[in-house]
Design a protein around this ligand. Structure first.
Ligand code: ATP
Ligand code: MG
Length: 335
């Protein structure tokens, strides 16, 4: 039996986390869910964004499934997502983007994984006003931070028989920061002679991705480019409602969708639960429950392909609960 921390979060978070939990339970893997919450609702009630019991639960269980958490706009609030990633050194943000048959998008052959560096770059949060009307932000790139994310991408490529890794940068302009990232990539690539290193400048990457995305298998990049490219790639396969993610460090893993709290559709039972359900499947794989993870992938694929119980963002008219119920029923028949 596994003990897993479950964080519902804000906006659509509670609705989709509930469905993901039910889907995972339907596979038969026995999980004791430790539900603790953080975010805006908690802040409104308790005056604190992340209560101590959230940290305690994460440190005890070391694996979590998490909904999106909104950061209040304004000074004095650090992003909770960034804070957790930094505090627990969850350096690898891994986001698989894969075409799902049945969704009407221009490409049907996308199968790539983004490795986004998760702890540095412009996300270190050092910004200052130089003088009225002039603001500056610091971008930090380290050899250690770069090497470990690039290494993770190459290790993944090797283990999954991929033939190339695209390293995305802007070293022509940011010669020291992105230059260091690129230099680390060139050095690490030497140890993988069977894997081709594609060096792609980020603006060119955007064009390549929208014209011929199937040429990419694994993408390794810095924090901000990874954030932007993730949304772009989500759009290529049908939207943010579909793309899962994992934040992995050496001693903790937090699984969450790429999308945010989607306040525009919160509380309407309208959100697509797929991204967080697939994040749950990634979590099962991480736990070594590959068969159950595959069961979820297959059920989700079949329900989307069938097209009868899909949410509005995918062109259907099912609610969140209807779509997840269909996925659960499919799991039970496939089992
Ligand atoms: P946050 O500040 O928490 O990131 P956001 O306003 O950036 O919130 P996102 O969650 O990133 O919102 O979503 C961007 C758009 O994509 C929204 O219009 C939202 O409705 C849509 N979207 C995001 N997630 C889903 C989902 N699971 N199902 C359907 N639509 C979604
Ligand atoms: Mg967002």
């Amino acid at each position: 039996m596994y003990k897993i921390t479950l964080i519902p979060g804000d906006g659509i978070g509670p609705e989709i986390i509930e469905t993901a939990k039910n889907v995972i339970d339907a596979t038969g893997v026995v999980i004791e869910w430790d539900m603790v919450n953080a975010g805006l609702d908690v802040y409104a009630k308790e005056g604190i964004l992340i209560p101590q019991k959230v940290y305690d639960s994460l440190e005890k269980n070391r694996v979590a499934l998490k909904g999106p958490i909104t950061t209040p706009i304004g000074q004095g609030f650090q992003s909770i997502n960034v804070l957790l990633r930094k505090k627990y050194d969850l350096f690898a943000n891994i986001r698989p983007v894969k075409s799902i048959p049945g969704i009407r998008v221009p490409f049907s052959n996308i199968d790539l994984v983004i490795f986004r560096e998760n702890t540095e770059d412009l996300y270190i949060g050092i910004e200052k006003m130089i003088s009225p009307g002039i603001a500056e932000a610091a971008k930090r790139i380290t050899e250690k931070g770069s090497r470990r994310i690039i290494q993770a991408a190459f290790d993944y490529a090797k283990a999954n028989h991929k033939s190339k890794v695209a390293v995305v940068h802007k070293a022509n302009i940011m010669k020291l920061t992105d230059g260091l990232f690129l230099a680390c990539a060139r050095d690490i690539a030497k140890a993988y002679p069977e894997i081709q290193l594609q060096e792609v400048i980020v603006d060119n990457m955007c064009m390549q991705l929208v014209m011929n995305p199937a040429q990419f298998e694994v993408i390794a990049t810095t924090n901000l480019y990874g954030d932007i490219l993730s949304d772009l790639c989500a759009g290529l396969v049908g939207g943010l409602g579909l793309v899962p993610g994992a934040n992995i460090g050496n001693s903790m893993a937090i699984f969450e969708a790429v999308h945010g709290s989607a306040p525009d559709i919160a509380g309407k039972n309208a959100a697509n639960p797929t991204a967080v359900i697939l994040s749950g499947a990634m979590m099962l794989e991480h736990l070594g429950e590959k068969d159950s993870a595959d069961l979820i992938y297959l059920a989700v694929k079949e329900i989307i392909q069938q097209g009868e119980h899909i949410t509005k963002d995918l062109g259907g008219n099912a609610t969140t609960t209807e779509m997840s119920r269909a996925i659960i029923e499919k799991i039970l028949t496939l089992k």
